[in-house]
Write a protein that binds this ligand. Structure first.
Ligand SMILES: NC(=O)c1ccc[n+]([C@@H]2O[C@H](COP(=O)([O-])OP(=O)(O)OC[C@H]3O[C@@H](n4cnc5c(N)ncnc54)[C@H](OP(=O)(O)O)[C@@H]3O)[C@@H](O)[C@H]2O)c1
Length: 347
């Protein structure tokens, strides 16, 4: 980064699954930080976290915590963002919010830098980071939309437990060990902690991510539907989603069916995606080459494979999209937004 200016940065939710990856990403990308403030609830206040060669003590988040902060990366849950984001903005910070609190707010840009970076300019202090499942799908769809037009998208997801936070990762580990030891499985968290029924995730598949809406879709499915239209600036796009939680730790996988407007071919779509920003094409059925969640874990790209033409609709195609939900799906995308703010002087 050519800019030599440095910034006061705060990470809210620093002890969580996403927060920890934000800290690692800031360090890895050598983000120009003057001072880094790490915030959590009172439960984790006092925790020590290493950043570069420094040990930083996590503090309990309060409105005053944002005094003097230039950029605040939020990942502590929607209700906390609702309360603390306006407080941070009031004190002069620009908030990059990983929760669903502001994503569909018309005055808040919802941004994937490879897709709609310039939307950031219109911010009023808050920029929303899209849902993890939305980010990877839309990063892959955007180059296709630009070249061939897009009418319809139908997605089924295969989502990792880390998408439900650090506690869900522990629950899967405990249940897997219990299952293999022939013991009873205790489910207290998934599919949704605050709801009355919980089901084991170990060796299982749960067709519910987040709470059900009146229309029969879950909130996760509605996030994918609504956020896709907003990010692609395509209100008429038909989008349907089925979101499923599976028992692996990291990276979401998605089977995406899409219909284009102009005739094209598998090889043209492959060529388009091969040169698209943030995408790695791994698509060679002859050699059994396609992305899997384990390969994608720890990497910042969106991996695409299994591109094939629908057998009944000549404008329909299928593809398989995999990405690390905690990196491109959350931390990496948020830090990319922060870099864009700095690089373009959009703070
Ligand atoms: N996991 C993903 O793949 C993913 C992807 C995109 C977006 N998100 C979103 O990011 C947010 C965090 O997700 P996560 O998976 O990182 O959850 P998580 O592992 O459960 O971590 C939650 C973090 O928020 C903090 N927190 C909780 N209540 C707080 C409060 N009242 N005040 C201040 N801090 C508080 C926690 O601090 P304590 O340690 O003190 O409890 C912890 O640092 C959620 O809104 C989620 O939807 C997650």
């Amino acid at each position: 980064m050519s800019n030599t200016k440095t910034y006061n940065v705060a990470v809210l939710g620093a002890t969580g699954a996403v927060g920890q990856k934000i800290i690692e990403t800031l360090e890895m990308k050598n983000f120009p930080i003057k001072q880094l403030k790490l915030l959590s609830s009172s439960r984790s206040a006092g925790t020590k976290i290493k950043f570069n060669d420094e040990i930083i003590i996590v503090e309990e988040a309060k409105p005053e915590s944002f005094e003097g902060v230039d950029i605040a990366l939020f990942s502590a849950g929607g209700s906390i963002s609702k309360v603390l984001a306006p407080e941070a903005v009031k004190r002069g910070a620009v908030v990059i919010d990983n929760t669903s609190a502001y994503r569909m707010d018309e005055s808040v840009p919802l941004v994937i830098p490879e897709v709609n970076e310039t939307d950031i300019q219109a911010h009023n202090g808050i920029i929303a980071n899209p849902n993890c499942s939305t980010i990877q799908m839309v990063t892959a769809l955007k180059p296709i939309q630009d070249k061939y037009g897009l009418n319809r998208v139908i997605v089924s997801t295969y989502q990792a437990v880390s998408g439900a936070g650090a506690e869900a990762v522990e629950e899967l580990k405990d249940q897997a060990q219990a299952f293999l030891a022939g013991e009873d499985l205790h489910a207290e968290l998934l599919p949704v902690k605050s709801e009355s029924n919980h089901y084991p995730i170990a060796f299982n598949a749960l067709p519910q991510i987040d709470v059900f809406q009146d229309n029969g879709y879950t909130f996760e499915e509605m996030k994918m539907i609504n956020e896709t239209k907003k990010i692609l600036h395509h209100a008429e796009l038909s989008v349907a989603a089925t979101c499923v939680r599976l028992p692996f730790f990291t990276s979401h996988a998605e089977s995406v069916y899409f219909e284009v407007e102009e005739d094209t071919s598998v090889s043209s779509i492959q060529a388009t995606l091969k040169h698209a920003p943030g995408i790695v094409l791994k698509d060679n059925p002859q050699k059994q080459e396609y992305p899997t969640p384990l390969d994608a874990a720890g990497k910042s790209d969106v991996f695409v494979g299994r591109i094939r033409k629908d057998l009944d609709d000549h404008k329909g195609y299928h593809m398989w999209v995999v990405s690390d939900n905690l990196l491109k799906g959350a931390a990496w995308n948020s830090v990319q937004i922060a870099e864009s703010l700095v690089k373009n002087n959009w703070l």
